[in-house]
Ligand binder design. Sequence first.
Ligand SMILES: [Zn+2]
Ligand SMILES: [Zn+2]
Length: 442
Amino acid sequence: MTLHKKAIDILKSYSLCDYCLGRQFSNLSTGTTNKNRGSTIKDFLTLFYSTDITDDTVLILQALSRADNKLAKNTLNRNNFEIENSEECYICQNTLTENSEEIIQEILPEIKDYEFQTFLIGTSLPKEFFERERNLKEEFNVVQTEYLKQEFNRLIGGRIGEFLSKETDFQSPEIVIEISPLTYSIVLKLKSLYIYGRYRKYIRTLPQTRWPCRKCKGRGCEECNHTGKKHQESVEELAEYEALKLTHGYKGVLHGAGREDIDALMLGTGRPFVLEIVEPKVRTIDLCELEKNTNQYSKGKIDVSEYRWSSKNELRDLKSSAERTVKKYKTLITFKEPISEKKIKEIEKFFKNRPIDQRTPQRVSHRRADLIRKKTAFSVQCSRINETHIEAIITCDGGCYVKELISGDNNRTKPSIAEVIGIEAKCKELDVIEIQDGFNEA
Ligand SMILES: [Zn+2]
Ligand SMILES: [Zn+2]
């Protein structure tokens, strides 16, 4: 079927705007817009059929008139035929012709408070729009290379980009602007910021991340003094505070390479983490300044170092690497009865590259799968404090539960220090003094 025959067939059945008609022939010519192509086809048809108007051709001119072609309206008028009123576009309901400029004017003030270099436009239209376009495609055997949604995104995106001198990014835009062209409503989705750093923790009352009240699940109740929290502060909240002030973000999420217990200190060169800033309005901030401010704000509780920009990919690596790192702990062990010099030597001798089978400890079994983890204790170095207390430096795999390596956890961890010497033992204090990982120089 020739182009003009097909265009006539379509327009006789359905009124289409220039954009939507042009798009039905988007496989034909390059270097022009759908809008231009559509209006050119309409003008051409009008000229073609206006030389000798018959009963047949007047129907074509009237169809073109319904599709808002000015030339057709003029021709009908000059030849004393009835002009047919313009109809709404069958596919897009004139969203492309009428609303797009207004939508752009709507969007601009909404995004002016956000800092971004790259963006992407998304469109949410009722599915009937796409069904109508699909039906037309099937009915007239149209070979399309673009659809309404893409055209709309391209149109709005192009104008916004021009206006703001920003670039469209399909892979990983800093902001996604989702538009509902019918209601003019806009939803903004902001890409998180990721900051790598290491933290040290100096107090024994601080969980790594937010700890909501178990009873009210964060809503606030009497038990938590209406704070919604079981612990009032966390490393996460200390680290996010200044970051949120600088970025005007919604919240911070601390992703640690493993975690220590609330009552364990984190010393040495600190634990690697990635701080994710959710929904940041400002994206270019001075990380040196952030590090300094954070350390001032958290003085005596935590400090952070080595701040630099990170990514979602690195965050993934960091999480999966936590189990593969080697960790060194300083522990204070208390024994139920006095411990001899001989027994101390036994401990040191036994725990040299010793494989450990560790079943999920009772104290965490409510939140972690019950399974047996294979870990290695590389060394235990003891120094006596008094008859029943020793300080032990324990080097072992990341993810090894050290308190249980000491106590045995009712035979759930085998072997354990208590088991080897046959005296009940308990970990009184635990500090992480070194995390050996590959992230220092990354
Ligand atoms: Zn249309
Ligand atoms: Zn509560």
